[in-house]
Design a protein around this ligand. Structure first.
Ligand SMILES: *Cc1c(COP(=O)(O)O)cnc(C)c1O
Length: 214
């Protein structure tokens, strides 16, 4: 199936209030143009240099999401244009985003990454760190935290994935009920987005089901 057909099939299966991020990492610009021509305007990338290259080559009405692990020393390359940063996992990183956003007179929207996976992963925060980052963010004028992001364990065990998604949904609801700025729950990828939606996802990040395997 073509990229266009994949996009239409996935979009028609998403509820209206769920945003589709087309994850285009490692894919050539021609593939992104095909998705763009099919109406897609939100793209997710994992690597800073690749994101900058694609931003320069593609139409300026695209909203670029950074979904990978962001190193503080690379924030400066994307701060002028990035629309949403999904994986914020430390105060240090948030401070750097705030500083670089200020240089461009922007407010950059961010999601905090919660570590929900059973497997040992170095990405994402525990609840204590999440609380500390949220508190620290109150004094940062050039970032706005609008939600949470999570990645489930890499497994075929859907019960396990469901447990992890339900956990982050529960945490998200708790925070959103006291902070109306928190509106986005970014969970779900090609293999588990339907499950993620039943667990309250408002934003799915789908790559291989649109563009083919990497
Ligand atoms: C690559 C990636 C995705 C998309 O994965 P697919 O399985 O290809 O849909 C989603 N989120 C993150 C953080 C990724 O790195």
């Amino acid at each position: 199936m073509s990229i266009k057909e994949n996009l239409h099939r996935i979009k028609s299966s998403l509820p209206d209030d769920v945003t589709l991020v087309a994850v285009s990492k490692t894919k050539p610009v021609t593939d992104l143009i095909e998705a763009y021509e099919a109406g897609q305007r939100i793209f997710g990338e994992n690597y800073v240099q690749e994101l900058v290259d694609k931003y320069e080559q593609l139409p300026k009405d695209i909203q670029w999401h950074f979904i990978g692990h962001l190193q503080s020393n690379k924030v400066k390359y994307i701060a002028s244009f990035v629309h949403l940063i999904h994986g914020v996992d430390s105060i240090k990183l948030l401070q750097e985003i705030n500083k670089q956003a200020a240089k461009h007179n922007r407010i950059i929207e961010c999601l905090l990454q919660l570590n929900i996976a059973e497997e040992d992963t170095k990405f994402g925060m525990d609840i204590e760190t999440l609380n500390a980052v949220l508190e620290a963010s109150e004094s940062m004028k050039n970032v706005s935290i609008i939600g949470l992001m999570g990645m489930s364990t890499f497994t075929n065990d859907s019960q396990q994935i469901k447990k992890e998604f339900e956990y982050i949904h529960h945490i998200f609801d708790r925070y959103a009920s006291i902070n109306p700025k928190l509106k986005v729950l970014s969970i779900g990828m090609s293999g588990d987005y339907k499950l993620a939606i039943t667990c309250g996802s408002t934003m799915v990040r789908i790559g291989s089901s649109i563009f083919g395997s990497r």
